[in-house]
Design a binder for this molecule. Structure first.
Ligand code: CP
Ligand code: NVA
Length: 332
C-alpha cells in the first residue's frame, strides 16, 4: 500500500478498504503501546491546530491527548475565539495556519468548508465532524467492532434513527467498504441520499457486504451483531425540530425488547453524547416538554452495553492518533 503521508481525511469515501484497515492496525498498535507505557513521541518538532466551530468532548480530547502522546504541540480554536468565517475567509485561514502547523483538524458545518480548508492549507486536514461526515468516529467504531468480534466482514450492522446525517452516511460508507451488511432502519425521508447509497452499494459489491433499508425496527434488528444509534437532533440543527423528531423517530428508539431480537452476542454502540436519561440540560427540558424519560436509546440498554460504548469512546483517541501519525509520515 502507498504511504498515506500528506493525505487529508475528509471522508472515508476517499480511502480504500486496505487504507482503512491499515489505520485500524496502526491504532491497535498505538493502543497496545499506550497500555504498556511505551513512548511513541515521534513527532517532537510538529504542531497541530484544532478548529472547533461546534462543541466537542471526545473529538477534542482525543486529538489533544493523541497529539501529546506523539510529542506534538496543539492549539485549540474554540467556536468563538478566532477570526474564522466572521472576519477571515476559510482560504486565508488555511494559508495562515498551514504555514504555522503541520496538520489541521476541523469540526464545523458544511463539508464544503473542510474541503476548502484542505484545498488551501498545504498540510493534512482532518475532518472532526461536519454535517455530512464524521470519518474519525467510524474508525473508532470499526476498531471496537473488530476487537469484539475478531473480524468485520460478514457482520450485520443495523443503524437506527436519523440515517441521513453525518453518522448514518459515514457508517454506511465504512460498513460497505469493509464488508459488513449495513441496514439503515429509519422512517421514510430519513434515509441517506440516493447518490451516496448507490456509491456504497458498489463498494459493498466489491467487499462482500451489502446495503439495505428498512422501516421496520423489529425486522431490521433480527440477527444483528451491532445495533447503533445517534441523537435525533444534531449540532447546528434548529431547536424547532425536536417535536417532529421525537414524534417520528420514537418507534426507532433502541430498547431491550429490540436488542433481544439481535444475535445472542450482539453489542450496542453509540457515538455519544447520548440522551439515555434526563441528566442533561436538553434531556431534562425535553423530558418536561414531551413527557419522555429518554430518547434514542433507553437507559437500560445504555447501561447494559456501557463497556462497549465507553471502549468505543476510548478508541477515538487511538484511531485519531493513527490518522495523524500516518498522514504526517509515520513509518510503521
Ligand atoms: N462522538 C463525538 O464526536 O463526540 P464529541 O461531540 O464529544 O466530540
Ligand atoms: N449527529 C451528531 C453526532 C455527534 C457526534 C451531531 O452531529 O451532533
Amino acid at each position: 500500500m502507498k504511504s498515506l503521508k500528506g493525505r487529508h481525511l475528509l471522508s472515508l469515501r476517499d480511502y480504500t478498504a486496505d487504507e482503512i484497515i491499515y489505520l485500524l492496525d496502526l491504532a491497535a498498535k498505538f493502543k497496545k503501546m499506550k497500555k504498556e507505557g511505551v513512548a511513541h513521541d515521534v513527532f517532537k518538532t510538529k504542531n497541530i491546530a484544532l478548529i472547533f466551530e461546534k462543541t466537542s468532548t471526545r473529538t477534542r480530547c482525543a486529538f489533544e491527548v493523541a497529539a501529546h502522546d506523539l510529542g506534538m504541540g496543539s492549539t485549540y480554536l474554540d467556536p468563538k475565539g478566532s477570526q474564522i468565517g466572521k472576519k477571515e475567509s476559510i482560504a486565508d485561514t488555511a494559508q495562515v495556519l498551514g504555514r504555522m502547523y503541520d496538520g489541521i483538524e476541523y469540526r464545523g458545518f458544511g463539508q464544503k468548508i473542510v474541503e476548502e480548508l484542505a484545498q488551501y492549507a498545504g498540510v493534512p486536514v482532518w475532518n472532526g465532524l461536519t454535517n455530512e461526515f464524521h470519518p474519525t468516529q467510524i474508525l473508532a467504531d470499526m476498531l471496537t467492532i473488530r476487537e469484539t468480534f475478531g473480524k468485520l466482514k460478514g457482520l450485520k450492522f443495523v443503524y437506527m434513527g436519523d440515517a441521513r446525517y453525518n453518522m448514518g452516511d459515514s457508517l454506511m460508507i465504512g460498513c460497505s467498504k469493509l464488508g459488513l451488511d449495513f441496514v439503515a432502519c429509519a422512517p421514510e425521508g430519513y434515509f441517506p441520499n440516493e447518490e451516496l447509497t448507490e456509491e456504497c452499494k458498489e463498494w459493498a459489491s466489491l467487499s462482500g457486504g451489502s446495503v439495505t433499508f428498512s422501516s421496520d425496527p423489529k425486522e431490521a434488528v433480527k440477527g444483528a451483531d451491532i445495533v447503533y444509534t445517534d441523537v435525533w437532533v444534531s449540532m447546528g440543527e434548529s431547536d424547532d425540530i425536536w417535536e417532529e423528531r421525537i414524534r417520528v423517530l420514537s418507534p426507532y428508539k433502541v430498547t431491550m425488547e429490540l436488542m433481544k431480537l439481535a444475535s445472542d452476542d450482539a453489542i450496542f454502540l453509540h457515538c455519544l453524547p447520548s440522551f439515555h436519561d434526563l441528566k442533561t440540560e436538553i434531556g431534562a427540558e425535553m423530558g418536561k416538554r414531551f413527557g419522555i424519560e429518554d430518547m434514542e436509546v433507553t437507559d437500560e440498554v445504555f447501561n447494559h452495553y456501557s463497556d462497549s460504548i465507553f471502549e468505543e469512546a476510548e478508541n477515538r483517541m487511538h484511531t485519531i492518533k493513527a490518522v495523524m501519525a500516518a498522514t504526517l509520515g509515520y513509518e510503521d
